[in-house]
Design a protein around this ligand. Structure first.
Ligand code: AMP
Length: 535
């Protein structure tokens, strides 16, 4: 028997038109480069989206054409987020923290036709202009200065742009595109369909995921150039929430001021941002009156247990999630099932530091050489996922097909355990594993434990070659300012928590841990730096 339902396309046009109809009064606030706040209502946002879409069409934008953005998080970037895909184009967010040569490579590889760039980022654009060619460069005059000759002025385009009637794309049409940040090798492009972005938005809004609702005030700190700020701009517009953008000002004090002033209820970012916020709160505990129970979505790297505990003490709730560029990105989120909420404190925090359970429609399994690993919270295997917002290929990179299994699962490169309740815990990237005497040691577990030591600011654990054991772990530790500690003290601290063979034989003290533009530790650089270390 056939169903009798409509074939209704899942596209961003619907999310946009719904917001236009039902939420004209919701607010969008942006911190501008001069630190002033720009605010307008969804009604203005929607009018400008239509005007920009019309202007792009008149410039010759055709279905599937890529339009790049080189922008901070603000309302104009949000306009591009909707205008480009709703006009049939593909929103390609460029990572402004990359080296100009890499940005140029990515823009050329993606075949970007147009670029929209913040005026404050023109000096960066100048560094790549000879290396990537855009037909037109549209400059957003965020500072109010005149747009230099040779560029299109975004504001003039929008002022001239006549609204056009959006044509509903096919749900399988490309809507967005992002390149992996990659700790090694060339970045790889992932192309998101309308359908994937819509389903991802619906799932993200679920109470046990990010729980975004109309009454929320959403502040994406995670850059809009990094996997669509984890989809939060799309999801927030879908539900008509107030949105608050930090612009280029990502220092803890600016963020805390913004949270307080605009009554932010949910914010999202990588752990390095939250470490800074935590230090600011600890230095000035009465400094800010934040919305009670503000949710802080943490992902991109592991949230140490000590961080979750520390925010709890301030009445702020960490939501730990896992995802990748290839998974749009949210694929697993941690919430405590009611049956587990009565666990003793230690176990409850250990549970909350896990990356969580897969979202509806995301299937996950872990496999080792022996096959699928049991859900015992011990056995480690590579995490494989599949689902409607998981990539099936990279953009024009055929030689990467071994990233997918023959039966269509995506090999994440993350090594995990899964416990009997289905909670996934990331123990390592495959290439960062420490294999000592044939046994795997989780560098992430050791790092998170070290981060909980009162004198430690941050720590990385890497494998160094060893004549007897093959590899042994070496801890590279950055101490909090003014603190002194020796290797013995830190090793004793770990010995109380881990099997003896897990404890690093040595500790190297450093001034900082090198990180990528998206907050991930550059372990390959560290391994190179310490390759001759004798443990
Ligand atoms: P990217 O594609 O740049 O977002 O990087 C994805 C990778 O970041 C994943 O494969 C993980 O290795 C890592 N990652 C993301 N979220 C977490 C998390 N909550 N804990 C540990 N690692 C994470």
């Amino acid at each position: 028997m056939r169903g009798t339902m409509m074939q209704y396309p899942l596209t961003l046009v619907h999310l946009f038109e719904r917001a236009e109809k039902f939420f004209p009064d919701s607010e969008i606030v942006s911190r501008l480069p001069d630190r002033s706040l720009h605010r307008y209502a969804y009604a203005d946002f929607c009018r400008r989206v239509r005007a920009l879409g019309g202007a792009l069409r008149r410039m010759g934008l055709k279905r599937g054409d890529r339009v790049a953005t080189l922008m901070w998080n603000h309302h104009v970037h949000l306009e591009a987020y909707f205008a480009i895909p709703c006009a049939g184009g593909v929103l390609h967010t460029l990572n402004l923290r990359l080296h100009p040569d890499d940005i140029a490579y990515i823009a050329s590889h993606a075949g970007d036709r147009f670029l929209i760039v913040d005026d404050v980022l023109l000096p960066l654009y100048e560094k790549l202009r000879g290396k990537a060619s855009f037909e037109k460069v549209i400059v957003v005059p965020l500072t109010g200065s005149a747009v230099p000759a040779g560029y299109e002025d975004y504001e003039k385009l929008v002022a001239r742009g006549r609204p056009w009637k959006m044509r509903v794309p096919k749900e399988e049409d490309a809507a967005g595109m992002c390149y992996t940040s990659g700790t090694t090798g060339r970045p790889k492009g992932v192309v998101y369909t309308h359908r994937a972005l819509v389903l991802h938005s619906l799932a993200s809004a679920l109470p046990d995921v990010l729980g975004l609702a109309n009454a929320d005030v959403v502040c994406p700190v995670v850059p809009m150039f990094h996997v669509n700020a984890w989809g939060t701009p799309f999801t927030a517009v879908m539900v008509g929430a107030k949105i608050v953008f930090p612009g280029p000002h990502l220092d803890p004090v600016n963020l805390l001021d913004l949270y307080e002033q605009e009554r932010v209820t949910v914010t999202a970012g990588v752990p390095t941002i939250w470490s800074g916020i935590l230090r600011a709160l600890e230095e000035e505990p009465e400094g800010w009156k934040l919305a009670a129970g503000m949710r802080m979505v943490v992902g991109g790297a592991a949230a140490p247990e000590s961080m979750i505990r520390a925010f709890d003490a301030f009445g702020l709730r960490v939501i730990h999630g896992w995802g990748m560029t290839e998974t749009t990105p949210v694929a697993a989120v941690n919430y405590v099932k009611p049956g587990l909420s009565a666990l003793p404190e230690e176990e409850r925090y250990a549970l909350r530091a896990k990356q969580g359970v897969p979202l509806p429609f995301v299937e996950a399994r872990a496999r080792s050489e022996q096959g699928e690993v049991p859900w015992d919270g011990q056995a480690m295997g590579e995490l494989e996922v599949r689902g409607p917002w998981v990539a099936a290929a990279y953009h024009e990179l055929a030689d990467e097909s071994d990233k997918w299994t023959d039966d269509g699962w995506f090999r994440t490169g993350d090594v995990v355990t899964i416990d009997r309740h289905g909670y996934i815990k990331i123990t390592d990237r495959i290439k960062d594993l420490v294999k000592s005497g044939g046994e795997w040691i989780s560098s992430v577990d050791l790092e998170n434990a070290l981060a909980g030591h009162p004198k430690v600011a941050e720590a990385a654990v890497i494998a160094v070659p060893h004549p007897k054991w093959g590899e042994r772990p070496l801890a590279v530790v950055v101490l909090k300012s003014g603190q002194k500690a020796d290797a013995g003290e830190l090793r004793d601290f770990l010995a109380a928590k881990f099997a003896q063979f897990w404890v690093p034989d040595a500790v190297a003290f450093a001034d900082q841990i090198p990180r990528t533009s998206t907050g991930k530790m550059m372990k390959a650089t560290l391994r190179e730096q310490y390759k001759d270390w004798k443990v």
